[in-house]
Design a protein around this ligand. Structure first.
Ligand SMILES: [Zn+2]
Length: 457
C-alpha cells in the first residue's frame, strides 16, 4: 500500500472519531445573531485546539473580542513551501423555531446516515474534516516539504468582521499561503452526456445595496396639483431599473467547461449568451439561470418606500436595490452604471452600501496545477476515474473574499458524495444535517490533497 492509499484508509479507520468531532462541535451553540455580544465561538475553538494539541499539533486561539475565538494550527514542512490553507468557520445562524425541528438543533443526533443539527452542514462538518486531515497526516508521520495551515474563524455568518477580516488585519502572516480550500463548492452536476461533474467554485459575486432617493415637493393631498409627487416621479426610476440591460461578459475559462457540461457545442459569446441561456432554460431551468447569473451584473429593485401620511402628497421616495457584481466589476463600475441609468432625472440621487466585495481566484495560470490536484484527490478519495471538474462562481459569499489577498488561489470545494441526497443538506434551514458519506469523502479528499501538494516526494 502506498502512503496515499494508507492515508485514505486511515480516514475509514477514524470514521467514528470524525463523526464524534463533528457532533461535539454541533453541540456547541455558537449562534451568531450579528449583534454583539454574540457568536461565542471560543468553546468550539477549544474543542478543536484540544483535539489537535492531544496529537502534538500546536494550535492557538486568537480572540478578536471576548469569547470570539479563532483557531489556527499548522503542520510544518522541511522547506516551508508551498503552503496549503484549510479554512472554515465555527459560528452558525440562529434557530428560529426549535419546535419546528424533528431533532434537537444542538443535539447532533444521527438518523439515516446523517448528523442533524444547526451548523452540521454549514460548516462544522468541514471544521471536523479539516482538523482530522491534519491529525491523520501527523499520525501517519508523512514527511512534509510544505506547510498545512488550519484556520477556523468566527463571525462568518455576519460578514467576518470578528473572524477572517480581523485575522487578516491583525495576523496576516498566519494566513499567508499559496493555495486554500473553503466552503462554497463541491456540488454535483449530472452532465448532459450522463457524466458526473463537480463544481469547483473559484470566486464569488459581490453584493451591494443601492438606495435611490427621489425628491419631490409635498403638499396637502386635497390640492395635489400644488405638489411635485415623489411617488409619480419615481415611476421613471423604477421603469429604468426594470429595463436595465447589463453588459454581457463571458469569461471563457469559467463559462467554457460549464457550457460543455450542459451540452452546448457552439462557443458562448456576449452576443449569443442570452439565446443559449433561453435554450438551456427549456431543458433545465437551473442551467439557463446559472449561465445568466455568471455573465452579468444583476440590478433589481427590492424595496420601495414613500410618504409619511395618506393625506399628504409624498415629498420623497426611496427605492432600494440589490446588486450582484462579477469579480472584475468594482464600485467605480457600479457607480458608472447607475449614473448612466439615472442620467437626466431631476431630484434623483443614490448611495452605494457594500456588503461584500466580489473576488475570484484563477482556474488557469497559477491555479491550473492546484485545480488538477483537487480533481486527482477527489478521484482517489472516491475511487472513481469518471469524474469531471468544472469551475463555478457562487452568488453567495464566503470568508474566501477576506483572505484572497493573502492566499491568491482559494477554491470553494468540499465534495458531496454521489449517493447523498442533495435536497437534504438544508444549510440555514430547519432540520439542517450533513450526510456521513460526504463528511468522510471530504476528509479523504483533504488528506489526499495535502499529501499530493505538500509531501516530500
Ligand atoms: Zn458557511
Amino acid at each position: 500500500m502506498t502512503t496515499r492509499e494508507a492515508l485514505l484508509a486511515s480516514v475509514d479507520a477514524a470514521r467514528e472519531e470524525i463523526i464524534a468531532l463533528c457532533q461535539a462541535l454541533v453541540r456547541v451553540p455558537s449562534i451568531n445573531t450579528g449583534v454583539m455580544p454574540t457568536g461565542n465561538e471560543t468553546p468550539a475553538a477549544e474543542i478543536v485546539r484540544d483535539k489537535l494539541a492531544a496529537e502534538g499539533i500546536a494550535a492557538e486561539i486568537l480572540e478578536s473580542a471576548p469569547n470570539r475565538g479563532n483557531v489556527i494550527a499548522r503542520l510544518s514542512g522541511s522547506a516551508g513551501v508551498p503552503r496549503l490553507l484549510y479554512l472554515s468557520h465555527t459560528d452558525v445562524v440562529p434557530v428560529e423555531d426549535e419546535a419546528a425541528w424533528t431533532y434537537p438543533p444542538f443535539g447532533a443526533e444521527i438518523h439515516d446516515g446523517r448528523i442533524y443539527g444547526r451548523g452540521s452542514n454549514d460548516m462544522k462538518n468541514t471544521v471536523a474534516a479539516e482538523a482530522m486531515a491534519l491529525i491523520l497526516l501527523k499520525r501517519a508521520g508523512v514527511p512534509l516539504r510544505g506547510e498545512l495551515i488550519f484556520a477556523a474563524g468566527a463571525d462568518e455568518e455576519s460578514g467576518g468582521e470578528w473572524g477572517f477580516a480581523w485575522l487578516a488585519k491583525h495576523h496576516p502572516d498566519k494566513l499567508r499561503a499559496d493555495f486554500g480550500i473553503n466552503e462554497g463548492g463541491g456540488a454535483l452536476v449530472h452532465a448532459d452526456d450522463g457524466r458526473l461533474a463537480y463544481l469547483v467554485n473559484t470566486g464569488e459575486k459581490g453584493r451591494l445595496e443601492i438606495v435611490i432617493t427621489v425628491k419631490g415637493r409635498g403638499y396637502h393631498a386635497s390640492q395635489p396639483w400644488r405638489a411635485d409627487n415623489a411617488v409619480y416621479k419615481s415611476q421613471e426610476v423604477v421603469r429604468r431599473i426594470a429595463t436595465y440591460e447589463p453588459e454581457r461578459h463571458v469569461d471563457p475559462i469559467l463559462i467554457g467547461p460549464l457550457a460543455a457540461l450542459y451540452g452546448v457545442s457552439e462557443p458562448i459569446t456576449a452576443e449569443n449568451v442570452d439565446r443559449i441561456a433561453a435554450e438551456l432554460d427549456e431543458r433545465n431551468p437551473n442551467w439557463g439561470s446559472s449561465l445568466k447569473a455568471m455573465t452579468r451584473m444583476t440590478l433589481v429593485a427590492s424595496m420601495i418606500n414613500a410618504g409619511v401620511k395618506s393625506n399628504s402628497v409624498a415629498e420623497s421616495c426611496t427605492i432600494t436595490c440589490d446588486v450582484r457584481t462579477l469579480p472584475h466589476q468594482d464600485e467605480g463600475y457600479v457607480h458608472d452604471q447607475l449614473s448612466r441609468l439615472l442620467a437626466g432625472l431631476d431630484g434623483v440621487s443614490f448611495i452605494i452600501n457594500y456588503t461584500a466585495v466580489p473576488s475570484a481566484s484563477p482556474y488557469d495560470g497559477p491555479g491550473a496545477a492546484f485545480a488538477e490536484r483537487v480533481g486527482a484527490a477527489t478521484r482517489a478519495a472516491l475511487g472513481r476515474d469518471d469524474l469531471a471538474f468544472v469551475p463555478g462562481l457562487t452568488v453567495g459569499f464566503t470568508d474566501s473574499r477576506l483572505v484572497r489577498h493573502l492566499c491568491p488561489v482559494i477554491y470553494g470545494f468540499l465534495p458531496s458524495h454521489p449517493d447523498a441526497d442533495p435536497s437534504k443538506g438544508g444549510a440555514h434551514n430547519i432540520n439542517e444535517s450533513t450526510d456521513i458519506a460526504s463528511l468522510l469523502l471530504s476528509t479523504k479528499m483533504l488528506v489526499a490533497l495535502a499529501y499530493d501538494t505538500l509531501a516530500e516526494q
